[in-house]
Design a protein around this ligand. Structure first.
Ligand SMILES: NC(=O)CC[C@H](N)C(=O)O
Length: 372
């Protein structure tokens, strides 16, 4: 095989499979949970989504890199074309890595990965790899770009499910994004949030205070917020016991809460529901969800490996709001009495489509009315 960057690359799976391809990005060997996304575009946003911490991402779309990587664009300190400041995936796997042809590309995917020390491999059969993951479930793996290794097991770290990755992506102290109007404060519990969430809250006029993942309920309430948003983030939600404890304490204040992705899962656990590991998760920008109130189907962005998998696992005080019609996963909930709403999918919808950003307007209403 002739490799464009003059180096080979390897993916070793937990079950002993060795896949050879070409290396690009950084020369490095690292372990991670191997997951796949069926998104056909939006790789700058996906690769910077902090919920991908600790994971090796396989993109099923065959050509990746065509439109390169743009310069960062910001509004009020909020990134508009990336989901966080840096690349978050541990490694990247694509069928074909291409050079960019686009007016606003400032660098190639290869150069960008290299600048963040992230290894990647290309020129392998991603279809058979994804079939394997779909058949046997998500596995741990090791990606090695530019180097062959004798004993891959040496590099295998703890299982993804056993590590709290939020400590790597949550801010150490509060960060404030002043609002456009004096509509009040929303506290955003930041366990690795996507900037798209910040932007949707900013568009609705709120001042946003991003607080560390382990911030206590009392400290959150010191800001006298109008509402609290629990955002997305990496890790097995069942590990995050202090976050769950703080959530329970916050509920005592009966403050409006919106849970997104990890926030939806934390809401479920705090209220006595069950969140379990999925076989291979939902990662895409074209997943359907049905709103059970209107019976409308929306196309949405997802990135989750855990979920509320059946109605029996929904907490008794919550009613189901959205479901995924493909596999029945619970995709959103509304509290029967308290002002709490959640979605498992991403209503900020980055990289898109924006069909469900109205969920933020719904939260605005919940704040105004003080009830769900
Ligand atoms: N995007 C997220 O918030 C992901 C939540 C959780 N880490 C999961 O994989 O299910």
């Amino acid at each position: 095989m002739i490799c464009k960057r003059g180096k080979k690359g390897y993916l070793y799976l937990e079950d002993g499979t060795i896949i050879e391809g070409c290396g690009f990005g950084a020369d490095k060997t690292i372990s991670g949970e191997v997951v796949f996304t069926t998104s056909m575009n939006g790789y700058p946003e996906s690769l910077t989504d902090p919920s991908y911490r600790g994971q090796i991402l396989v993109i099923t779309h065959p050509l990746v890199g065509n439109y390169g990587i743009p310069e960062k664009i910001r509004e009020n300190g909020i990134l508009r074309n990336f989901e966080s400041e840096e690349i978050q995936v541990s490694g990247l796997v694509v069928a074909e890595e291409t050079d960019p042809y686009k007016w606003n590309s400032s660098k190639s995917l290869h150069e960008w990965l290299k600048s963040y020390d992230i290894p990647a491999i290309s020129d392998l059969d991603t279809r058979s790899l994804v079939k394997k993951i779909r058949t046997y479930g998500t596995m741990m793996g090791i990606i090695s770009s530019g180097r062959e290794i004798d004993d891959p097991r040496k590099y295998l770290e703890k299982k993804y499910d056993e590590i709290d990755f939020t400590t790597y992506v949550s801010p150490k102290s509060p960060i404030i994004h002043p609002g456009k109007s004096n509509k009040g404060i929303i506290v955003l519990v930041d366990c690795g949030i996507k900037h798209g969430i910040l932007y949707q809250l900013y568009l609705r006029g709120y001042t946003i205070v991003r607080v560390p993942c382990n911030f206590s309920a009392d400290k959150i309430m010191d800001y006298s917020p109008k509402g609290v948003v629990y955002g997305n983030g990496p890790s097995n939600p069942n590990l995050l016991s202090s976050l769950i404890k703080n959530y329970k304490n916050l509920m005592e204040y009966k403050i409006p809460i919106m849970g997104i992705c990890l926030g939806h899962q934390i809401t479920a656990i705090a209220l006595g529901g069950k969140v379990k590991k999925m076989k291979y998760g939902h990662r895409a920008i074209n997943k359907p969800v049905v709103d059970l109130q209107s019976q409308k189907c929306y196309i949405t962005t997802h990135n989750h490996g855990y979920g509320i998998l059946s109605k029996e696992d929904v907490p008794k005080d919550m009613k189901v709001w959205f479901i995924n019609p493909d596999d029945g996963t619970i995709e959103g909930m509304i509290h029967e009495k308290l002002p709490i709403i959640t979605t498992q999918f991403h209503p900020e919808a980055n990289p898109g489509p924006w069909d469900v950003t109205w969920v933020f307007d719904k939260f605005d209403q919940v704040i105004k009315n003080g009830k769900p």
